[in-house]
Write a protein that binds this ligand. Structure first.
Ligand code: ZN
Length: 134
């Protein structure tokens, strides 16, 4: 049911600086930015082939991304896996006894439905599962 790596989420302190590096040095273009108010985060999407890099910068000190950077520094924050049917995937994971952060999907950037699997269940990696229109 998992189709591909949808995106890799990277926590950055300064979105403009990070975008400059990706755009000017790596020549990967930002195709959109969006503020996700519930998460107190601004995101930028940079498509690379069939997947994307998602840059995440905090908009408030109590943002989960601000806490992540405080604890671990900037860097890879999560990996997102694309699924066709997020509700079915969550049911499957629950039935398998996998520890979830989100039992129900919530709204992510770009209108995606997303849910996080707890890093304790994955060997230390925060995994997002994501369903969105192609
Ligand atoms: Zn993500």
């Amino acid at each position: 049911m998992i189709k591909k790596i949808d995106h890799v989420g990277i926590a950055v302190s300064n979105m403009e600086e990070a975008c400059r590096f990706y755009e000017d040095v790596l020549e990967i273009k930002v195709t959109g930015t969006e503020e996700v108010k519930e998460q107190k985060v601004i995101t930028a999407f940079l498509p690379v082939g069939d997947s994307e890099i998602e840059l995440l910068a905090p908009t408030a000190p109590d943002s989960p991304i601000a806490r992540f950077i405080e604890k671990r520094g900037e860097g890879i924050q999560h990996i997102a896996l694309r699924v066709d049917d997020i509700e079915a995937e969550l049911e499957r994971l629950k039935a398998a006894g996998v520890r979830l952060i989100d039992e129900k999907p919530r709204r992510g950037a770009g209108g995606a439905k997303i849910a996080f699997i707890h890093p304790k269940a994955t060997g230390g990696v925060l995994l997002e599962i994501s369903e969105r229109e192609e």
